[in-house]
Design a protein around this ligand. Sequence first.
Ligand code: GP9
Ligand code: MN
Length: 611
Amino acid sequence: MNGKTKHGAIFLAILLLWLKTYLVYKVSFTLPIDHFLQEILLFLNPLGFLVLYFCLAYFSSPVLRKRVILWLAIIYSIILYANVVYYRFFTDFLTIPVLFQTKNVGDIGNSVYELVYATDVFLFLDLIILAYLLNKPRWKSDYLLKSKDRKKVFITGIAILAVHLILAEINRPQLLTRTFDREILVKSLGTFNYHLYDIMLQSKSSMQKALASNLDAEEILQKTKKDTTHDPELYGIAKGKNLIVVSLESTQNFVLNYKINEKEVTPFLNELADSSYYFNNFYHQTGQGKTSDSEFLVDNSLYPLPRGAVFQTHPLNEYNAMPEILKANGYYSAVFHGNNKSFWNRDVVYKTMGYNHFFSEEYYKVTDENTINYGLKDIPFFEQSMPYLKDLPQPFYARFITLTNHHPYLIHEDEQWIEPYPVDDGTVSRYFTTVRYADEALRNFFNDLKKSGLYKNSVVVVYGDHYGISERHQDAMAQVLGKPNLTAYNQVELQQVPLFIHVPGKRGKQLDTVGGQVDLKPTLLHLLGIDTKNDVHFGSDLFSEDHHELTVLRNGSFVTDKFIYTNETCYVKPFGAPVDIRKCEPYIEKAKEELDQSDRIIYGDLLRFLK
Ligand code: GP9
Ligand code: MN
């Protein structure tokens, strides 16, 4: 047997999967490459892992080895493909907590058809080639491999991985300790090393609670600023009034005042901007938990987690959520949502957060006609909610979660009140039609609130939960926004969601204050005259003159009154020219620290030490 073919089968598998992974990086993921080192890293990053991974085949008996190699290749390919499909929907990579959320992922029903392409079979072509080649007698050589040679392969794998990690660290110092952005992790580490890293994070976070002590709690909670600044005129202006909060599914700020064929996409929201406080510089700060993350932000003024949905991973933590605080002030609280109660683990979390009642799907008359996509359509949802709302003991805190404007943005023809946007991208094109529908649903709801007399007695808040159009649609979005192309700066701007706060007796006003969902809790409590000095929160009152103008997004990008920081670049507003990084430096550490502290509170379940 000559030396060359000894490891043949393994090398063949490594080579095929290596090339496939690189191809997937280039075709299926959008991984911006800023310089040559990054391109080298991207090319190299599957290799070290693959060599070590296929060393596993050496543990099998020589007779079975070829079969084991094939199975290893199949498993690798399935994980890679799962990432491709997940990426198509979320522009993000899988994490361990997300894998345990399969119930919700399964529920994306309609969306899945859009996410699996016929051409995907090419992603498995290498397996067929591999199976065919391994069947040829030439690869028999692997049977005779000596243990000395196996060691050589293993050591080569370690060496490649070491070189790769050193390059990755040069490219981005503190990669493993300070990075919240999965895109950078995958780009530098590679999909599979990243998964291993993720498994490590998972074990670490599980241990953090067990190891957390009163002392940690004191240290972190000391550091967490308790921003209690407020506007003296507005503080307590709605004392004793009801609080109604509406979450608008996937609604981004750019749809406001947008027209298609001279027709407004959001005629009602545009009117609402005249009769309430409208924040046009307001950001979602959600991560993988999407809607549930936005709910978490609003009720707790803590950041959601960098991986997975906090609703799923930490539902039984001790929180000091809005419903609990309001309960202590005589309020009754309820959530209304036309989807099944266990989606995002809501039924469990709402109890933890102190809600008195959850009106989920089972409280509504749901028929084939009045549902689309995920569940009950927004118009019947609000209509059927009204009797329940009127019966709640007052004052109440009521949250409504809309649903119709959800990917893949489906609408019945007779309810399509605006033309789809003329662009060759179905998602972007249809998006406008479901936004238009949700806008009408909201108009009806406000009319009903007025008729019932609740309107004049309630603070009504409406906000967008998170983006609806992911970065994957940037070509179509550039067209929508009339720009030649979209920059990283534009992508951050696109994370703006609308926020309206209607305060009885107060006229409309547009506010340019930079803020995010984390700010809602102190803002709303202050309007109701409830002080926040003993509450652990990361937000600050949007109406305060001293409002903390640093809005940190969950991936570590941030926005201040003057700058936007993303992809390690500092951009100056309003046109987004890149500027010297030093301009952003004062905030970079702060932003990281804020996310880090919030994470430590959740992982360690530190609020339990406060009780
Ligand atoms: C599901 C709804 C949508 O109940 O809130 O969730 P999302 O996919 O947007 O997180
Ligand atoms: Mn949502």
